[in-house]
Design a protein around this ligand. Structure first.
Ligand code: MOS
Length: 703
């Protein structure tokens, strides 16, 4: 176990606390026109006409742009685009909340008021197809985020036929929105033939390349600045319509344009996690050894995005030994805005179904849920037979049970304190490691000043402190003495701040650069030597990428590479009100070498709270008749607050996985929200005897 609580404080902390850290909407730009969008109010139809006459005479209005006024954009796939259907390129309406017009005015209020005066006429309006009526089709395709729709090993039907116990249940999860506190926004202007874009993004290089592609220009003529990002949670990973719209509007009127979305607009213009339907079948011997595991997952996706695939059937690929495993991924194409990966996509969504089913199996077999999982620990990847690069699941489960004080668990519905029913639940979790290329540069001057330059996105996860920690370790310096420049496309690029891969990629690149700098410094006789030789600066560059044989998402060809965790929770359920609170949570993780314990703990604590929202609160209600999210605000979309959350105990299993990254690190950004929802659902069952198979668990489920 790691015992040190020591860590590196965030160098970006003081600027944020004092308010001097500027986010896109705050950045002053005197000449910028302020844009407001007019969005479609129908989900499926055709734009018949736009009456802008009243809006154009409103105070402060500069211009009202329809699709005919904007330049044509080159088509690109999704990703990198959020919606494959490009904004304001034609009259077809593909989803409710699609941009129809851009109003440019002197101030925000003028633009918003004028936008309300634009009259939109539609024809060919049709009732949208909803999730519950669309046909489920195999989720296959060329996108790098799509696994094969159907994968199997062994014979599931034979495994079910010889099982002593079978669980066959359906689980559902709700539509969810990422809701970062900083709204999406872009300030764009053209300087000669060059484009400057200040935007809030998890993908600086991706945005640069995408805008270059859309507008038909070389990437080096596009400069993207994204110094601070006030949360993204996946919603800022892809390029969403407001970014090219701000650029196109700036081009159309030859003025800088500032376009900041409202909270409501973010409900249709930057993705959501799609509602899912999942069926899990488990077969087991009476001793609790799996004979079959089948997971079928289907979800809504949008016609406006080819289709997005929520790879929830990845949940169990490396979790348990079973002679037969079959996974079937389906999508249902409907008329709604595009879904997108949202922290934590894929496994965390599927984990609810798989780990709820495992709890149901443990109950059926009268076996402790911890013991059931330990009995199915595989010695190699159960789907592929590949060796694990490192495997910490069993250690996570054992350590979690110890820290929680799990054994012996009291009988179901036996713990009560006043009005509260108390329950204990647990879940295992795993998430495939994604990896991508990264680069970094490091400079040292003769006075001993060290600067690391990297185009990383500072999305609140603590990456600059990670960079300091890595460079300081190599150079044998104090982390605080290393400055980190980040957030700009002119700096060395990396794949992007998503997929829990930044520490692996950027950290490894910084490690390589710092090691080279150290050699150069030693050869020069240290800083003293530099001064004597009159050398003002030394620089070193480092680049890291997964081995060439790795998959498009960076998965190793030779090893099964995952991060692991075990989550143990105690919930209190108000017996009269049905209200569930998280009393305490123990999360133990095996996530490679932990570079900065302080930030790592913070990430996983936040992930657990995120998982609590998944389990008990978050639900975007879609009005099927209109293909429209009903509650486009934080009053109707509930997220956890301090009062909801009790004691959270996060710890790590010693793990140093050099097969996964040069640094020995793996991803920690998203494993924390994994396994929380099933642990809570399992604890609610333990408290009440009531099994809830639909997320979020709502009060009426427990009354
Ligand atoms: Mo995360 S959904 O990969 O930003």
């Amino acid at each position: 176990m790691r015992t040190t609580e020591k860590g590196v404080l965030r160098p970006d902390g003081p600027a944020k606390l004092t308010g001097s850290a500027l986010y896109v909407a705050d950045k002053p730009h005197q000449e910028a026109l302020v844009a407001a969008l007019v969005l479609s109010t129908v989900a499926r139809g055709r734009l018949a006409g736009l009456d802008t006459s009243v809006a154009e005479t409103a105070p402060g209005v500069h211009r009202v742009l329809g699709y005919e006024d904007l330049p044509r954009l080159n088509p690109l796939p999704s990703p990198p685009l959020g919606h494959t259907v490009l904004p304001m390129q034609g009259p077809i309406v593909h989803y409710e909340g699609q941009p129809i017009a851009v109003v440019l005015a002197g101030t925000w209020h003028q633009a918003r008021y004028a936008a309300s005066l634009v009259r939109v006429h539609y024809d060919s309006v049709e009732r949208p197809i909803s999730f519950w009526e669309a046909e489920a089709i195999p989720a296959a395709g060329p996108s790098m985020l799509r696994a094969d729709a159907d994968v199997a090993t062994g014979d599931v039907e034979a495994g079910i036929a010889r099982a002593d116990a079978v669980i066959d249940e359906v689980y559902t999860t709700s539509d969810r929105h990422a809701n970062p506190i900083e709204p999406h926004g872009t300030v764009a202007w053209w300087e000669g033939g060059q484009l400057v874009v200040h935007t809030t993004t998890q993908g600086i290089a991706l945005t640069q390349q995408t805008l270059a592609g859309l507008f038909g220009m070389p990437p080096e003529d596009v400069r993207v600045d994204s110094r601070y990002v006030g949360g993204g949670f996946g919603s800022k990973a892809y390029v969403w319509p407001h970014i090219p719209l701000a650029v196109a509007a700036a081009k159309a009127c030859d003025r800088p344009v500032r376009l900041v979305l409202t909270r409501a607009e973010m409900y249709t213009l930057c993705g959501h996690q799609p509602a899912t339907w999942q069926r899990v079948r488990l077969g087991s011997t009476s001793e609790g050894r799996l004979t079959a595991l089948e997971h079928i997952g289907s979800h809504a996706t949008s016609r406006a995005v080819d289709y997005h695939v929520e790879n929830m059937t990845q949940a169990a690929v490396a979790l348990y030994a079973s002679p037969a495993i079959a996974l079937h991924a389906r999508v249902q194409q409907v008329d709604r805005p595009a879904p997108t990966p949202m922290r934590s996509p894929n496994e965390a969504v599927g984990m609810f179904a798989v780990e709820s089913a495992m709890d149901e199996l443990a109950h059926r077999l009268d076996l402790d849920p911890v013991e059931l999982r330990l009995r199915n620990e595989p010695s190699a990847d159960p789907m592929t037979g590949k060796p694990f690069s490192s495997r910490t699941l069993e250690a996570c489960i054992r350590e979690g049970a110890r820290r929680f004080g799990w054994s012996p668990r009291p009988p179901i519905a036996s713990l009560r304190e006043g009005n509260d029913l108390i329950g204990w639940g647990m879940s295992a979790c795993a998430m495939e490691v994604h990896r991508g290329p990264a680069s970094a540069r490091i400079r040292a001057d003769a006075n001993g000043r060290i600067v690391v330059e990297t185009g990383l996105e500072e999305i609140g996860t603590g990456l600059p402190a990670m960079v300091q920690a890595v460079a300081a370790e190599v150079l044998d310096l104090v982390p605080e003495d290393i400055r980190v420049h980040h957030g700009d496309s002119t700096l060395p690029a990396h794949v992007g701040g998503f997929g829990s891969m930044s520490t692996m990629g950027i950290g490894s690149a910084v490690h390589i650069a710092a090691s080279e700098l150290r050699e150069k410094l030693e050869a020069a006789g240290g800083f003293e030597g530099l001064r004597q030789a009159g050398i003002t600066e030394l620089t070193a560059e480092g680049a890291w990428a997964p081995e060439p044989t790795a998959s498009a998402t960076g998965a190793s060809r030779d090893f099964s590479t995952h991060v692991y965790g075990a989550v143990f929770v105690e919930v209190r359920v108000d017996a009269e009100l049905g209200f569930v609170r998280l009393n305490r949570c123990v999360g133990v993780y095996g996530a490679g070498r932990i570079i900065n314990p302080l930030a790592a703990r913070s990430q996983l604590t936040g992930g657990i709270i995120w998982g609590y929202g998944h389990a008990l609160l978050e639900r975007s209600v879609l009005e099927n008749e209109r293909g429209r999210f009903l509650s486009k605000n934080l009053a109707g979309y509930v997220v956890p607050v301090n009062a909801d959350i009790g004691d959270i105990d996060v710890s790590f299993i010693e793990d140093d996985d050099r097969r996964t990254s040069a640094l020995g690190a793996k991803g920690i950004g998203e494993i924390g929200a994994n396994g929380v929802a099933p642990a809570i659902a399992n604890a609610v069952f333990h408290a009440t005897g009531r099994r809830v198979r639909d997320l979020p668990i709502q009060i009426h489920d427990l009354l």
